[in-house]
Design a protein. Structure first.
Length: 201
């Protein structure tokens, strides 16, 4: 049975580099300043490793339009760190559509990380699904590079995902060839048994 731990360790060594909370920028209206202060307080909780408290604090923020994508991104980071890939993926998708190239690129990068992590979870029992998720991850890493062309982690993760796809495709081919051989052997045994039965009549 293959060991995919190499892929996991390498991919996630680079995954956390972009997973930093975006500081909210304060502007003059009081409600904007209040949203900024709440988001920044939640960011500090996340930096301190208090992930559950940070998620609760992010959920309490009623963002103005300006801070909605920052809030989604930061909440996604917290959900990712907690291991809630589905919640993180959904929030990164929402934040990826922002006009802010930085948040959009970081969201796409981290969306790729969510898909990569999901692919690793299913590699043993559903190779086609894992390959599909890895292809989605590569598409998101490429999207991140369009926003941040000098992101070495996105480039490295594209290579890792591509390498894992090739490995899984090779394993899948070998499994299919083995199944075909097994079926041929079974068919031959049945044929031999039928001939033997006919001779005994």
């Amino acid at each position: 049975m293959p060991n995919y731990k190499h892929y996991l360790n390498t991919a996630f060594a680079t995954a956390f580099i972009a997973l930093s909370a975006v500081p909210a920028s304060a502007q003059s209206p009081l409600d904007v300043q209040h949203s900024s202060a709440e988001i920044n307080a939640a960011n500090q909780l996340l930096r301190d490793g208090k992930v559950d408290e940070a998620i609760d604090a992010y959920r309490k923020v009623v963002p103005d339009e300006q801070h909605r994508n920052e809030l989604n991104y930061n909440t996604a980071v917290a959900e990712y760190r907690k291991g809630n890939m589905d919640a993180a993926e959904q929030l990164f998708k929402e934040a990826a559509g922002t006009s802010s190239s930085t948040i959009s690129a970081d969201s796409r990068y981290n969306l790729g990380n969510c898909q990569y992590a999901k692919a690793l979870q299913v590699t043993e029992h559903d190779k086609p699904a894992a390959i599909g998720l890895l292809r989605e991850a590569i598409a998101n890493y490429r999207g991140a590079l369009r926003g941040k062309p000098n992101n070495p982690d996105a480039r490295a993760n594209i290579e890792l995902a591509g390498e894992l796809i090739r490995t899984l495709e090779q394993e899948q081919k070998q499994e299919e060839e083995q199944k075909k051989k097994d079926q041929q052997q079974k068919d031959q045994q049945q044929k031999d048994q039928q001939q033997k039965d006919e001779q005994q009549k």
